[in-house]
Design a protein around this ligand. Structure first.
Ligand code: KIV
Ligand code: ZN
Length: 524
């Protein structure tokens, strides 16, 4: 590996997924992992295997299916965690990595762990040694590293590298660092641990964005000697998120004059696709003015800027939008397009679907094609994502009729099909509400015996035109304090809302969520 190669370690599926309401099912995680593989990230942190069966299966499946990246599983410095991570990454063979972490800062040692420095040192070394029994590629993270005493951190780095770690990651767990000081800390470690100078081990950085400095801190660390950056697509993650992958990559590529000689192997043309996929799969929309991947990132509205751009693009544009995957879209499909044309377009968009998924998608495509003149790539992507986000459907929407107006009490009549052991029965009810969406969701609550509280609701148009598909994403609390994401798309926004809510109800039931006791239904 070249001395100045900066490895990109993507933790969208682990730290990103820790963002409340962002949890993804296996199919969604696989879709993201495939896109990360097209992006050519060096490491995919696929999950935290010990925390749930779902996480274990996701890490194991991604380890089997993704062939061009290291696959990492996270573990605390605890035997059962390390064993679970070792088993989950086993199918990756040499591409398996175990990422062990243990807090090292004074505040964590004293208040969280109740342990002294020498005890922490021993636990870290034992954890790394145990991980080395499973894989050659072991990473160690001293959690809250940026607030740990620098000389103790040097001691930790030396000890874990001696025990077999080939990457030592210095997390800014609480987003406390500022670039100059964080860069100085990384330089201090680089200067005092000989293995970081010889390349026997590398320094990694992992920055959170509580002060909006995650990217700046990561880049300062690269200049000070770090050779791996941990980041997430769209910067999603705990609290204010992690360093955004797209910003790190494009800063390295665009400011080669400053980051002289540094390179990363990312295929930047896949960035926008990755951003859109992660936004949909996680239910966390990207703000319009977000750098690189926001809708407005390359939109020039002022006349002076537009004039400048027309004369010479570089006057106001520091990056070519096509380099990150913005740009021309293909001719739209229509209801006359055949199955082969749809399948070919899906392939072009990078989706790998099974024949049964293509058949289901084609039926949905025909419905949409009947309702609108053109089916754009964005519409097709929304349909694919409907299929990917599907969970076993206890309830499906069969009929929806809404009566509303400024002098009418909004009323919705809903009929749902309930599938049970291959048989389906229909149930119908009505609801009244503050508006037609409220009425439809209340009718669904009455039929499914669930009571969801809408915590977040977003509607966006998937493509252009008055007949565009509307896509609703929402977060629902079914009373257990967990946020469940739901999404649905339709040319009718009330129907899209009902579909999104049903998607959340089905996810809630699929993960063992309870229905309220069946009682005689009262008035709507
Ligand atoms: O922020 C953090 O400290 C982490 C570690 C597990 C690396 O996510
Ligand atoms: Zn983190």
């Amino acid at each position: 590996m070249s001395k100045n190669k900066v490895l990109i370690f993507d933790t969208t599926l682990r730290d990103g997924e820790q963002c409340p309401g962002a949890s993804m099912n296996l199919r969604e995680k696989l879709a993201v992992a495939r896109q990360l593989s097209r992006l050519k990230v060096d490491v995919i942190e696929a999950g935290f295997p010990v925390i749930s069966e779902g996480d274990f299966t996701a890490v194991q499946t991604i380890s089997k299916q993704i062939k061009n990246a290291q696959i990492a599983g996270l573990a605390r410095c605890v035997n059962k965690d390390i064993d679970a991570a070792g088993a989950a990454v086993k199918p990756a063979g040499k591409r398996g990595r175990i990422h062990v972490f243990l807090a090292t800062s004074k505040i964590h040692r004293e208040h969280k762990l109740g342990k002294a420095q020498d005890q922490i040192l021993k636990l870290a070394v034992d954890g790394v040694k145990r991980a080395c029994k499973y894989v050659k590629d072991v990473e160690f993270s001293p959690e809250d590293g940026s607030r740990t005493e620098p000389d103790f951190l040097v001691e930790i780095c030396r000890a874990v590298v001696k025990a077999g770690a080939t990457t030592v990651n210095i997390p800014d767990t609480v987003g406390w660092a500022v670039p100059e000081q964080y860069g100085a800390l990384i330089a201090h470690l680089h200067d005092n641990v000989s293995e970081f100078q010889t390349g026997k081990a590398i320094i990694s950085v992992h920055c959170h964005n509580d002060l909006g400095l995650a990217v700046a801190n990561s880049l300062a660390a690269v200049q000070a000697g770090a050779r791996q950056v941990e980041c997430t697509v769209n910067g999603i993650g705990e609290r204010a998120g992690n360093a955004a992958l797209e910003e790190i990559v494009m800063a390295l590529q665009t400011r080669k004059d400053v980051f002289r000689g540094f390179s990363c192997g990312i295929n930047s043309k896949e960035i926008v696709k990755a951003s859109k996929l992660v936004a949909r799969m996680s239910g966390l929309p990207v703000q319009r003015s977000k750098a690189i991947v926001g809708e407005n990132a390359f939109a020039h509205s002022s006349g002076i800027h537009q004039d400048g751009i027309l004369k010479k693009r570089e006057t106001y544009e520091i990056m070519d939008p096509r380099k990150v995957g913005w740009g021309k879209t293909e001719l739209p499909l229509t209801k006359h397009s055949g199955r082969a044309a749809v399948a070919a377009r899906l392939k072009h968009l990078g989706f790998k679907l099974s024949p049964s998924d293509i058949a289901a998608l084609f039926d949905h495509f025909k419905d949409i094609g009947d309702k609108k003149k053109f089916v754009y790539d964005e519409d097709l992507t929304a349909l694919v994502e409907d299929i990917l986000t599907m969970v076993p459907e206890t309830w499906t929407l069969n009929y929806l009729n809404v009566s509303t107006g400024n002098q009418t009490v909004p009323t919705a009549t809903v009929r749902l099909l309930k599938t049970n052991g291959g048989k389906s029965e229909s149930e119908q009810d009505a609801g009244i509400g503050d508006g037609p969406v409220d009425a439809a969701l209340k009718a669904i609550d009455r039929i499914t015996h669930t009571t969801g509280k809408l915590m977040d609701y977003a509607l966006r148009s998937v493509s252009q035109g008055k007949d565009a598909l509307g896509e609703v994403s929402m977060k629902v609390d079914f009373g257990n304090g967990k946020l469940v994401a739901g999404r649905g798309a339709s040319t009718d926004i009330i129907e899209a809302s009902a579909r999104a809510y049903l998607n959340a109800v089905n996810r809630h039931l699929d993960t063992g969520g309870a229905q309220t006791k069946k009682t005689k239904r009262g008035k709507p």
